[in-house]
Design a protein around this ligand. Structure first.
Ligand SMILES: [Fe+2]
Ligand SMILES: [Fe+2]
Length: 354
């Protein structure tokens, strides 16, 4: 019996294959039938020999010999039948045991794959957060973008076949990779308070290519992966614009991936409503009006409509997920978290040694 099981964990789907039946159903039937025929042949031959011996050696009366013969035949038939039932039950038990072993194996594989993917996703998110620390102080920017992207994708879902629950989960995590390429941009440009020169802007714009290149290097090691593929699209295209005036390639409309179009708006909203070392924050109302004005030029009109439908929720997410600015970031807090971790590790080592 063949079987397959889809192990879904977080953003990636992996297929596992059940163990092959060593004893296929057709083989099992043939085996049971073969044993029964063989046993019948043995019984008939034995009966013939015993009958001949009884009649000729003991010279029983014909009537008595016939009754003994019928009795022996009945016993033989019962033995024959019971053997069949026992064989059938044994084979069924074997099948159930094997199926149970298959299920347990599939569950274990699913659990391990899920655990591996969770670790990978956590590491990738940590990597993205590291890059985000460069200019957003605490990295809460990434969490908010994921929440905004989920709201927009949920709203657009009825009109897009490609959007399902797994796609949205992938989007939420992959959105954190949008600016991963900023690790390759010098602080003097990344954190510059004033306007960038043309040369500096060109360097800054390279963060899209650096980000995509970084993720493609991971992809080259991992092989094709839906999550990494989406991450590459987002890193590369989140500054492309609906009318084709964006960068790095100036592609337009549906040439830009849907995930990148959604993240573009989420990133813009969050960047403009957040304070940075080089700029002040704008109010939700101001940014909402800006986004409305940019409908069909900078942003996909459908994405803007989904934003407008949920603009109150955007404001709520922003209010509930505020980051501390660089000046209020408490070193004491960081020290407390680090000390807590060290204490935990010491306790684990102490318990292991005890
Ligand atoms: Fe960016
Ligand atoms: Fe960003």
């Amino acid at each position: 019996m063949r079987g397959s099981r889809r192990a879904d964990a977080s953003c990636v789907t992996i297929q596992t294959k059940k163990l092959e039946w060593q004893f296929r159903p057709r083989d099992r039937k043939s085996f049971v039938l073969g044993v029964l025929i063989f046993q019948a042949a043995i019984l008939v031959a034995a009966e013939f020999l015993v009958d001949t011996w009884l009649r000729h050696e003991l010279t029983l009366a014909p009537a008595v010999a016939d009754r003994v013969f019928v009795f022996r035949i009945s016993i033989a038939f019962c033995v024959f039948l019971m053997t069949g039932v026992i064989l059938f039950l044994a084979s069924k038990r074997y099948k159930d045991t094997l199926e149970q072993a298959n299920d347990e194996l599939a569950c274990e594989i699913t659990r391990q794959v899920s655990s591996g993917l969770s670790k990978r996703n956590a590491l990738i998110f940590g990597l993205a957060k590291l890059a985000d620390y460069r200019d957003t102080d605490t990295g809460a920017h990434l969490e908010r973008i994921g929440l905004y992207a989920r709201v927009i994708a949920d709203t657009m879902r009825p009109n897009h076949e490609e959007i399902d629950a797994k796609w949205i989960d992938r989007l939420v995590l992959a959105s954190s990779l949008h600016d991963i390429g900023k690790v390759g941009i010098p602080d003097s440009i990344l954190l510059k308070p004033g306007r960038l020169t043309d040369e500096e802007r060109a360097t800054m714009q390279k963060h899209t290519l650096i980000g995509a290149d970084t993720l493609l290097a991971i992809r080259a090691k991992l092989g094709p992966d839906e999550f990494i593929d989406m991450g590459v699209e987002i890193a590369l295209q989140h500054h492309e614009k609906w009318d084709g005036t964006g960068y790095p390639f100036g592609i337009e409309r549906n040439e830009i991936s849907l995930a990148a179009r959604i993240v573009a708006l989420a990133d813009f909203y969050d960047a403009v409503t957040s304070k940075r070392v080089y700029k002040d924050a704008m109010s939700h109302e101001q940014v909402r009006n800006m986004i409305c004005d940019l409908r069909g030029t900078h942003f996909d009109p459908e994405v803007v409509d989904a934003f407008m439908e949920n603009e109150r929720e955007f404001n709520t997410i922003r209010a509930h997920n505020q980051e501390q600015d660089v000046n209020s970031l408490k070193i004491m807090d960081l020290e407390y978290v680090a000390r807590q971790f060290i204490d935990e590790q010491t306790q684990i080592r102490y318990e292991a040694a005890a």
